[in-house]
Every structure is written in structure tokens, then in C-alpha cells.
Design a protein around this ligand. Structure first.
Ligand code: HPA
Length: 249
């Protein structure tokens, strides 16, 4: 039996239209997750929901306890994660307002607690582990999101490479030009180490990336939080519609 969790990002601290049944407070060997995990029903689908940046939103991307978040979901028996990430768009594959379902990523983050593979870990299976990360995102969940998105006529991009940056500042135009040369279509701050930690614990993981701005150097005007907020407000409604249909199918 599948057990689905949604990790909400910027603009999705709560899941609108859901019926709430329980708030679960958990501790983990890695510390506390970003907040309580909410048990919700969306249309006919039961899910757990965790706000990655806390509720209210006050954890910046580099201070999120990704290890605790994924461990807590694992404790609840979660098998599948649909993550939501707000990102900047680098290439034509990622226009502002589109919902990209990435198929690849490049990790440019540093200094984050990025693995459960630690000598002091008491679980011998995890103490030295080299996961196959060739395909970071789960194809079955990706395909479910893409086909629902197309059926709903949402602005879906069915592939893309996500550059994961350290933040919290946005990038320089030269950094974005480099990421583009590296083959990246999207840029955001939160897909890593979350994606890899889920894979270490055997949880299937896919992401819905809402493109909220053209990345640095890709538009003439400055990137402002006001412009981003306007795209987030409209786009997250489409994201929640997509997820509700996908988990209820
Ligand atoms: N860069 C990095 N992260 C982001 C951006 C961006 O332009 N927009 C939203 N998250």
C-alpha cells in the first residue's frame, strides 16, 4: 500500500481545501522536523503534509533539518513523497508560471547534513551506503503528475534539470550562465539533500517545481519579492489542484 507525503515549500505552508484529521509531533535521532506533520484528506486521497520551512514560514533553505524531516516521514511509514519547490527558470523549458516536473538535478549546495551514512549510525545498513542516484526522481510518480497535469491542461513541463544552490541569496547572472552551460533548466535551494535522503531511506520521491521568476540575468528587471509573490499566489493553486488529482486518482 502506498503512503504519500507532501512536503510543501515557499507559498505552500498549508494545503488549501484539505480536511485535517490529526497533527503529529515527532522527534528523531537527528533532531526535530520543521514542524508538526499534518494528516489530511484531499478529495479521496489520504496524505501526510509537512511544511518544509515551518509553519509559519521561518526556516531558510540552509537551516532546514532535512535529515529530521525525511526521518520523521519514514517513521510514519511514508513510501512516496511529492515535494513542492518554488524555483527560478533558466531556460525556455522553464517559463515563469510553469509547473516543471524535473527529471535530473545538480547539487551545488555545501555544508548541509546531506546523508544518513555516518560511522556513528547504529544501523549497519546505513553506516556505509552508496545509493544509486543516477535517476534522483521516481519515474512512476513523475509520470502520474505529468499525465494528470496534461489532462487538467496545466502548464506542465515534463522534464528539466534542477540546479540546487545554497542560498539564501539569489544567484549572480554569471552563476546562472554557468548553471545553464552545465545543462540546468531550473534553479532552487531546497531539493538537496532532501531528494538523496529520501532515496537513502528507500522512499520514492518526485518534485513539482513552480517557476516563480526568470533566474538572474534572464530578464531586464530586478527580481523582486512582490513579483515572486504574485506568481506564487496563482501558481500554488495550480500545484494544489495537480496534487489533489494525482493522489486521488
Ligand atoms: N534562484 C534560486 N532559488 C529560487 C529562485 C531563484 O531565482 N526563485 C525561487 N527560488
Amino acid at each position: 500500500m502506498k503512503s504519500i507525503a507532501i512536503i510543501g515549500g515557499t507559498g505552500l505552508n498549508q494545503f488549501p481545501g484539505a480536511t485535517h484529521s490529526e497533527s503529529i509531533e515527532l522527534d528523531t535521532p537527528y533532531g526535530k522536523p520543521s514542524g508538526k506533520i499534518e494528516k489530511l484528506t484531499l478529495a479521496s486521497g489520504a496524505v501526510h503534509f509537512l511544511a518544509r520551512h515551518g509553519q509559519p514560514h521561518n526556516l531558510p533553505p540552509h537551516q532546514i533539518n532535512y535529515q529530521a524531516n525525511i526521518h520523521a516521514l519514514h517513521q510514519l511509514g511514508i513510501t512516496d513523497i511529492i515535494a513542492v519547490n518554488a524555483v527560478g527558470g533558466i531556460t525556455d523549458k522553464a517559463p515563469t508560471g510553469c509547473l516543471s516536473i524535473p527529471d535530473q538535478l545538480i547539487d551545488y549546495t555545501w555544508g548541509r547534513a546531506h546523508t544518513y551514512s555516518q560511522q556513528e549510525n547504529n544501523d549497519p545498513l546505513l553506516s556505509v551506503q552508496h545509493i544509486d542516484f543516477s535517476q534522483p526522481f521516481n519515474e512512476e510518480i513523475r509520470n502520474a503528475l505529468i499525465s494528470q497535469g496534461k489532462a487538467l491542461q496545466l502548464p506542465i513541463a515534463d522534464s528539466g534539470t534542477y540546479a540546487v544552490t545554497q542560498g539564501p541569496r539569489l544567484e549572480t547572472a554569471a552563476e546562472i550562465a554557468k548553471y545553464e552551460r552545465d545543462g540546468c533548466d531550473l534553479v532552487g535551494m531546497t531539493a538537496m539533500p532532501e531528494t538523496a535522503l529520501a532515496k537513502e531511506l528507500g522512499i520514492r520521491y518526485a518534485s513539482v517545481c513552480l517557476v516563480v521568476n526568470p533566474a538572474a540575468g534572464k530578464a531586464d528587471q530586478e527580481i523582486t519579492m512582490e513579483d515572486i509573490r504574485a506568481v506564487v499566489d496563482k501558481g500554488m493553486q495550480q500545484v494544489t489542484t495537480l496534487i489533489t488529482h494525482t493522489v486521488s486518482a
